[in-house]
Design a protein around this ligand. Structure first.
Ligand code: MTE
Length: 322
């Protein structure tokens, strides 16, 4: 995670960039059985094979807001949010909105596999129409000590877990981003462990806050934010919020995430927000609200402790905060 073009709210590069990446930078689908399972109509299925349709889910937005999840700050301006991103598949700068337009978001097929009753593949539009969408206002705290507040739309991840029917022996869900070097120049950089991978325990994935995002700012989610489906787990550091997901695998082995693979001394599996536990190279005590110049104290679990603190009881000996 690094910063090339420094603006008011950005951290100095040497603080925000893992050392080895700092050096490196210088060197440098099919809707199948599941269709029937979730009862899609035949013309929707064929629509998913047409690559050029604009966005077949556009009519679902804006979605009705779920008022339960409130913010303690204004929503981040859409333009600011959409031009300050981490999406390493398209480059390691924050300014990758244009490069991300190369992402092809239809057809988009998602695999549900591993320790499940019956593996399946499902097209994004079938999934979204089956579950429906709601809007939630969530904060996002990046490990780089900046934050934003976003009106995401999507559905609770618990619904997807329920559809997948994991075996009782499964403990984790491993998520994977697309892999396509032809459109994602970052994926040609072989020193990164592609594809981007993240993981949650099934208890975390079924917590009411874990949200699969398909929309933002009242429309289908922008490519740069990880269209057509990305994760929002607001009590964890931003890197857990994996973008452009193509696969959910249920497993009894703890998945090794992309960042953990790159730099396990700095990034771990749990990655819960804690202002008292510094990153090895910078403090996590406060955060800059992007686009505002305002700095605020960071809150334990990013302020979501009432929903999630219980998940970590008895795990105090683990690296819960990196
Ligand atoms: N997902 C993928 N596939 N690739 C990435 O580089 N970056 C992560 C996360 N998800 C990343 C990703 C990081 S470090 C952050 S902070 C958030 O996405 C940023 O999300 P945003 O660009 O929508 O703000």
């Amino acid at each position: 995670m690094n910063v090339i073009r420094r603006r008011g709210w950005e951290m100095p590069e040497h603080l925000a960039t893992p050392e080895h990446m700092f050096l490196n930078r210088r060197a440098l689908l099919t809707a199948g059985a599941a269709a029937a399972a979730i009862g899609l109509v035949p013309d929707l299925a064929s629509a998913q094979r047409v690559s050029d349709i604009p966005d077949p889910s556009a009519d679902l937005y804006p979605a009705k807001r779920n008022e339960k999840y409130t913010l303690d700050r204004p929503i981040t301006d859409e333009k600011i949010n959409g031009n300050y991103n981490n999406f390493f598949e398209f480059g390691s700068s924050k300014n990758i909105t244009r490069a991300a337009q190369a992402l092809k978001i239809r057809p988009w097929t998602i695999k549900l596999d591993g320790m499940v009753e019956k593996p399946m593949e499902v097209g994004i539009d079938d999934l979204v129409r089956k579950f429906g969408v709601e809007e939630r206002l969530y904060r996002l705290r990046c490990v780089e000590a900046w934050s934003m507040a976003v009106p995401w739309s999507g559905f609770p991840m618990a619904k997807l877990v329920e559809l997948a029917k994991p075996l009782s022996s499964a403990k984790y869900v491993r998520m994977e981003t697309f892999l396509d070097k032809a459109i994602a120049p970052g994926q040609r950089q072989t020193w990164y462990p592609w594809p981007y991978v993240e993981g949650l325990t099934i208890a975390e994935a079924t917590n009411e806050l874990a949200f699969l995002v398909t929309g933002a700012y009242g429309k289908p989610v922008a490519k740069v934010h990880g269209a057509p489906i990305r994760l929002a787990v607001p009590w964890k550091y931003g890197f857990k919020n994996i973008k452009s997901i193509v696969r959910f695998s249920f497993t009894d082995k703890r998945p090794k995430s992309y960042w953990e693979d790159l730099q396990s001394s700095e990034y771990g599996f749990w990655a819960n927000v804690n202002p008292e536990v510094s990153h090895p190279r910078w403090s996590q005590a406060s955060e800059e609200l992007i686009g505002t110049g305002e700095r605020r104290p960071t809150l334990l679990f990013n302020g979501y402790g009432e929903y999630v603190a219980d998940l970590y009881k008895g795990l105090e000996a683990e690296r819960l905060w990196v």
